[in-house]
Design a protein around this ligand. Structure first.
Ligand code: UDP
Length: 382
């Protein structure tokens, strides 16, 4: 089956990293069409996945755009749409990986009579999207998609609650290559040394810097932890959240935590950095659709504390393979961080257990098989 994958982003967020794993098995039979140039294109090339940047200028619609702003972007979309239609004729299936890709993919699917799959990586709720964007996504998915792959039960529920047809959906979690997360001790030691963290208790946070990812919650919690507890914040403001970055730096200064918080920016050595942490925290203040970082921490064997909402609750069972805290509650987070560092043996057992379960449950080979079966059963010889 020849698949045209569409993704709006030039930057590698969670949905894009997931797409790399999905597109890879299709080799030359696939093309990833991007609506923006950037680091994601380079990553796809490094994985030998055929890629083409299809848009010549960035699309202005944002997650919170209203109807007027959305309509104003239509003129801008026309050249992109023509290009997609032309390319889609050479493929059997259009696979939209993001919302703007769904918009373009839906029209292209209608005009070329190619079936449309929508991979939904988001929780379609008003916490994340404007009413206009919600309505557009659900309506297009209902009318044009033959299959909606959702990345968690939480994303599925939100889709249905927003008016999406549940019979279109299939839940498929993100897949991971567990051997990529097995890092030799010597390498871990070196990283800790390079970062000046040898004698510290390191708490890691791995996310783009955005208010709802809640880095401020960890910083506030850190102020209630003993002085040897240090945080590394890994990730950058991918979608223009510069005000938030400034606020985080201000917060660190006000709490006099300059020596205990390191901003490392966007990194590609996530498994190494996670392995170098004593704990990984996930602090999203709005429900997380899936939470790749939670699974990645588990695969590294690093204990993880996640915010109890959305997809994170499908990944973590409190006290069994990790810990859950109430979103937006720094005091509770500080308490759990401190108890993890006090009860080292219990915490290590939980992390070990998490690693074992995660390497089976999220094995990329099995996840890719699930996707192949879904696509083959619905679209082969039709
Ligand atoms: N990530 C990365 N470099 C960074 C920060 C994050 O490669 O500096 C990766 C992280 O390892 C994870 C993904 O970005 O695989 C984020 O996915 P997640 O589902 O946690 O959040 P999303 O960005 O999709 O909201």
């Amino acid at each position: 089956m020849k698949i045209l994958f569409l993704d709006q982003s030039g930057k590698p967020g969670g949905a894009e990293l997931c797409l790399i794993d999905i597109a890879k098995p299709y080799g030359d039979r696939a093309l990833v069409g991007l609506f923006a140039d950037g680091a994601f294109k380079v990553l796809l090339q490094q994985h030998q996945i055929p890629v083409e940047v299809l848009a010549t200028q960035p699309i202005q619609v944002k997650k919170q755009s209203n109807l007027f702003q959305a309509l104003a972007s239509l003129k801008q979309l026309a050249p992109l749409l023509f290009k997609v239609i032309k390319i889609a004729k050479k493929y059997d299936l259009i696979y939209a990986n993001t919302q703007k890709a769904l918009v373009i993919g839906a029209v292209a699917s209608f005009l070329t009579r190619r079936p449309l799959v929508y991979h939904l990586h988001d929780i379609l709720s008003s916490e994340h999207f404007s009413q206009t964007n919600l309505r557009v996504a659900v309506t297009l998915a209902n009318f044009f998609a033959s299959l909606v792959i959702v990345n968690s039960l939480a994303s599925q529920k939100a889709f249905v609650q927003a008016g999406g047809k549940s019979e279109l959906t299939a839940i498929v979690y993100n897949g991971f290559e567990s051997k990529n997360y097995q890092i030799p001790d010597a390498e871990i030691k070196q990283i800790r040394q390079d970062l000046g963290l040898e004698d510290k208790l390191v708490v890691g946070h791995f996310s783009r810097l955005a208010p709802w990812k809640g880095q401020h919650i960890l910083i506030e919690a850190l102020a209630q932890c003993p002085p040897q507890v240090t945080a590394i914040l890994v990730g950058d403001a991918l979608f223009g959240e510069q005000d938030y970055v400034q606020k985080l730096h201000q917060q660190v200064a006000e709490l006099r935590l300059e020596n205990r918080v390191k901003f490392l920016g966007f990194r590609s050595d996530i498994p190494q950095l996670m392995s170098a942490c004593n704990l990984v925290t996930h602090t999203s203040t709005a429900p997380e659709p899936f939470g790749r970082v939670i699974v990645e921490a588990m695969l590294c064997g690093t204990p993880v504390i996640a915010a109890k909402a959305g997809g994170a609750m499908e990944l973590v069972e409190h006290g069994v393979n990790g810990f859950l805290t109430t979103p937006g509650e720094p005091q509770e987070l500080a308490k759990v961080i401190n108890s993890c560092f006090q009860e080292i043996e219990i915490t290590a057992t939980i992390a070990d257990h998490a690693r074992n379960i995660a390497s089976q449950r999220f094995d990329v080979a099995i996840i890719n098989q699930q996707i192949a079966q879904l696509l083959d059963s619905r679209f082969t010889n039709k």
